[in-house]
Design a protein around this ligand. Structure first.
Ligand code: ZN
Length: 468
């Protein structure tokens, strides 16, 4: 038989396909032609059938679908760590975010996005859904394209009853106005006209008590008509939940279900503090959750202890993962979110088997693909899907012994073993370095931009220890 020409062959790996049977090829290979996977299987079978333009030898290390980030804010990477451990949740908007949003420039948001994209690739993420928090989404889109990572962007800051907890946010470029929101709603969906676009559009509203029913319904209608995801924050902490209870006179998920907003294309972030009467509405809607455990834990919100994420997962609700933002989870690492999801669920239930390493990989890959509305394209290594994948390296101690590659991948090696990343058939990270960008230059530009922003804000990073 004449071998088929392919562009890329990745062979001699422990291939975790995440296909419907969850097939693992202990010594497997993946062949890529153009943007797509054209063969997955046992190494000797795939390798003998193809003639490859380029071959990568995984040397026994895992190969798996790229992780999918279902909720993050790339602009805020410039102010990572700026809170120290002293700012309070109640004061964070007035003290920090309003001044930040009122000074950050498009160029600075672009640099922040570049840093975020490099970090995501380095941690094995191949697709992210930005939560609609970049003033000019094009700045994030061009950063994603420059890094070679798949992305979904949305119209910025759709809110019309104030900020996260109904206080007027005073963000000049994002007026809390229904007319303004309806005016720009859906403009990012033009990106989906190109079926091969690396950066697509979805619909996001800020949520968490900041939208009227009119805006919620309009956003859902636009998302439905375009066949895309509606993404919003929901039920993060006691404050926004109490605000929603007061505004609606009932619990928010019950309300959103009743007004027709919940549906299979909804992906809500956090969902930390739901009450019992909200559970059925979520389960029956077919919606997805972007669970961000670290974002709850770092602020002591209680979502990992009081949330229903584990119950939802068991009930068949699509639970995926999000990193949120730079002072919430602090790093864009879906492997870390998966790790924390598993550990916190076990603590909550006092059971080693509450969630497993396999559950972690499902949440990070195939569930994420569904939560961003791209399950038909990404999330598993199957013929016909786009080649978005991660090749691990066994050149780190945490990957050994190689007798339990899947356990080592989730629990010990984690981000340390991410070696090569392929997105849309293109190698975009190699030997742990971005291929299309100069990482050192991105770091320099990000440091410079961060200093400039904090200076203009007149903000000093709190330090607990004397600095001389
Ligand atoms: Zn968020």
């Amino acid at each position: 038989m004449t071998p088929t020409d392919v562009d890329l062959l990745i062979r001699n790996g422990y291939v975790i396909t995440m296909d419907p049977d969850r097939t693992v090829y202990e010594r497997g290979a993946v062949a890529v032609k153009g943007r797509a996977i054209v063969a997955v299987g046992r190494d000797h079978e795939v390798s003998s059938e193809v003639r490859a333009g380029r071959t990568i030898d995984a040397d026994g290390a895992p190969i798996h679908p790229g992780f999918v980030e279902c909720h993050n804010h790339v602009s805020l990477h410039l102010v990572r760590g700026a809170f120290g451990d002293s700012i309070s949740w109640q004061s964070v908007n007035d003290e920090f975010y309003v001044p930040y949003w009122n000074t950050v420039t498009d160029e600075e948001e672009h640099v922040a996005s570049l840093l975020a994209c490099v970090e995501m690739l380095r941690n094995g993420t191949t697709c992210f859904m930005e939560a609609g928090s970049v003033f000019e989404p094009e700045t994030a889109a061009t950063a994603a394209e420059a890094a070679g990572i798949r992305a979904l962007v949305a119209d910025p800051f759709l809110w019309d009853v104030g900020g996260y907890t109904s206080d007027a946010p005073a963000v000049k470029r994002a007026p809390a106005s229904t007319d303004h929101c309806l005016d720009i709603l859906g403009t990012q969906l033009r990106r989906n006209d190109d079926p091969d676009a690396l950066v697509r559009g979805h619909v996001a509203i800020v949520g968490m008590g900041s939208a009227t029913d009119e805006l919620e319904r309009a956003a859902k209608e636009v998302a439905d008509a375009a066949g895309v995801v509606l993404n919003q924050h929901q039920s993060y902490c006691l404050d926004d939940v109490a605000g929603d209870d007061l505004r609606h006179g009932r619990h928010p998920l019950v309300h959103l279900d009743d007004i027709g907003v919940l549906g299979a294309n909804c992906t809500f972030a956090h969902m930390n503090l739901l009450r019992d009467d909200e559970v059925a509405a979520v389960e029956q809607s077919g919606m997805s959750l972007a669970w961000a455990p670290q974002s709850s834990m770092i602020w002591g919100i209680g979502g990992t202890q009081h949330g229903h994420h584990l119950d939802f997962h068991r009930a068949g609700v699509n639970v995926a993962l999000g990193s949120d933002s730079s002072n919430w989870s602090n790093r864009f690492d879906i492997g870390q979110q998966a790790f924390l999801a598993v550990l916190s669920a076990r603590e909550k239930e006092r059971s080693r088997t509450a969630l497993t390493a396999e559950d972690a990989l499902e949440m990070a890959t195939i569930n994420g693909a569904r939560a961003v509305g791209l399950e038909h394209l990404i999330g598993s290594l199957e013929v016909g899907k786009r080649a978005d994948l991660v090749v691990r390296g066994n050149d780190v101690p945490e990957a050994h012994p190689t007798t339990s590659p899947l356990m080592q991948l989730v629990y010990s090696a984690r981000d340390a073993s991410v070696d090569t990343v392929v997105v849309d058939g293109r190698v975009v990270l190699e030997r742990r370095q971005p291929v299309l960008l100069d990482a050192a230059d991105v770091y320099r530009r990000a440091d410079r931009a961060a200093r400039a922003v904090l200076d203009r804000m007149g903000y000093h990073v709190p330090r607990r220890w004397p600095h001389r």
